[in-house]
Design a protein around this ligand. Structure first.
Ligand code: AMP
Length: 488
């Protein structure tokens, strides 16, 4: 099927061919005709499936026939982060260049004055994060009464970031007669409830499951003691044929520590996380896209939606707190038909988190390949240390006593029962500050962690062990062998 069959205008078809969008992706085939017919849509789709264009293309075609008004946009795209807003805006720039469709971008962390200025011009479209949009609407800088199409993008991520109440308030501000499109990678109950309350007889659509998004990706696992993580990472960087890579850490302070270690090794690594100034983040991202930065060390802020061409590697220096985040992180590589490698360095203390990811991979008929090296643990050793940890005894490598920080973290994980579900809010710990999130600031540890893992991330992240005690002397040779995943 070609784009021509979906009902898009000739002008847009010619733009698509100049962008080398030859065929619609499955989610585009499903969503575009429904949007053009004026239906509400609830779509289960991951980033990397072409979901952004599935709503931007029909919206561009619908909007360009209408006149734009000052302060009264016709369509609204709500998205959780500034980076995603920026990416949607750049997609719209490319796709709408033959249409006179104008937009304003309202995101936290940037000066309000500049955005107020944008609102004084006629705009068809608003691309916004919820907090800043509410601020602007409350101050009367933007009127929502003209909105006829509303997109809620990455709904589950917005929920994880505590935006659900804001989204409900925003939807209540919109005219009842409107079209609403809700996109989410997963469909938890809260998202379903939101859809039931605010969507009108929505068409439920689902793109291919995550497995197809990650089918081009080799999932690789290295089992190590905390003290060997850094040297294993350095070896991996040397031995892998890295074009460009994102290394994910769970905690902001670990990102900065790791970057300074990597810079000592001339790896050209740069940090990116929610505490870095907005303009600087854009600049870092632009230089990364242009190939001027080879390695980014990032928090989960980079895990979703961000599209970087030719990203050859994703490396999880920390196993992510939520298994779905693993899918999002690894989905940054292997895009647009390229092959990619997603390498995870896991310690026995992270076994609970790892098991959750392995279950998710098994569901998607994928499995980890195990990297074997002189520093790495065998599966049996790893399991033994993990079992000891779970029983409350710090895993103790035969040759060295654990560092105090490692002992503390081990005990912490045991008390918390690993990274089981349950938000900091529900457990009444680690006060959650939705305003901080809205303004682009973040949790106590400085990054927008999912609430599932928030308690672990906040206050308890005594994880200097990995960087402080890691040795850098070993340069093992890697052998890759496939092992069966052990379902638990
Ligand atoms: P998304 O899932 O929206 O993050 O899109 C992932 C990437 O696929 C982006 O770089 C898009 O520009 C690109 N893309 C979207 N639709 C198509 C298409 N039909 N053909 C080729 N590339 C596409």
């Amino acid at each position: 099927m070609s784009f021509r069959h979906l009902g898009l205008s000739e002008t847009l078809l010619s733009t698509l061919s100049s962008l080398s969008y030859h065929k619609p992706t499955p989610i585009q085939r499903l969503v575009i005709p429904q949007v053009l017919m004026g239906r509400d849509v609830i779509a289960c789709a991951q980033t990397g499936t072409g979901k952004t264009a599935s709503f931007t293309l029909p919206i561009i075609d619908i909007l360009h026939e209408q006149s734009a008004k000052v302060r009264m946009p016709k369509a609204l795209i709500l998205t959780p982060t500034r980076e995603l807003a920026q990416q949607i805006a750049s997609d719209v720039d490319k796709q709408a260049h033959k249409h006179a469709v104008s937009y304003a971008q309202l995101t936290g962390g940037t000066l309000m004055a500049a955005q107020e200025k944008q609102l004084k011009k006629p705009n068809h479209l608003l691309i916004a994060t919820p907090g800043r949009l509410m601020d602007m609407a409350e101050r009367g800088h933007v009127l929502m009464i003209g909105i006829t199409i509303c997109v809620i993008d990455e709904a589950d991520m917005m929920m994880d970031m505590g935006f659900l109440k804001d989204i409900e308030k925003i939807l209540q501000m919109l005219p009842k007669q409107r079209q609403t499109l809700l996109f989410s990678a997963t469909m938890p109950q809260d998202i379903r409830r939101l859809a039931t309350s605010f969507l009108h007889e929505p068409k439920e659509l689902s793109a291919a499951p995550p497995s197809s998004a990650t089918a081009n990706v080799e999932h690789v696992l290295s089992l190590v003691q905390p003290r060997d993580k850094l040297s294993t990472l350095l070896t991996t960087i040397q031995q892998e044929n890295i074009h460009s890579a994102i290394i994910f850490c769970n905690r902001k302070k670990d990102i900065d520590a790791l970057v300074s270690q990597l810079q000592k090794q001339n790896t050209g690594a740069t940090a990116i996380h929610g505490d870095i100034d907005q303009n600087k983040r854009y600049d870092i991202l632009a230089r990364f896209r242009q190939g001027q930065i080879k390695i980014l060390v990032a928090s989960n802020v980079m895990a979703r939606g961000i599209d970087v061409q030719n990203l050859s590697h994703v490396i999880n220096y920390d196993v992510p707190f939520a298994a779905e985040d693993y899918i999002h992180r690894s989905g940054r590589t292997g895009r647009a038909g390229e092959r990619g490698r997603s390498i995870t360095l896991a310690t026995p203390q992270e076994n609970t988190l790892l098991t959750a990811i392995e279950k998710l991979l098994v569901i998607n008929t994928l499995e980890f390949q195990l990297l074997s090296s002189p520093l790495s643990l065998s599966r049996a050793q790893f399991q033994r240390y993990a079992d000891e940890t779970a029983e409350g005894q710090p895993a103790r490598p035969a040759s060295r006593a654990p560092a105090p920080a490692q002992r503390k973290q081990t005990a912490q994980l045991t008390r918390e029962g690993g990274a089981g579900k349950g938000s900091a809010r529900r457990r009444g710990k680690g006060k959650y500050d939705g305003r901080q999130q809205r303004e682009g600031r973040t949790s106590q540890q400085g990054q927008p962690v999912s609430q599932r893992g928030a308690q672990q991330a906040r206050g308890k992240s005594d994880s200097t062990d990995a960087t402080a005690t890691a040795s850098t002397g070993h340069l093992p040779s890697f052998l890759t062998r496939k092992i069966p995943v052990i379902p638990s």
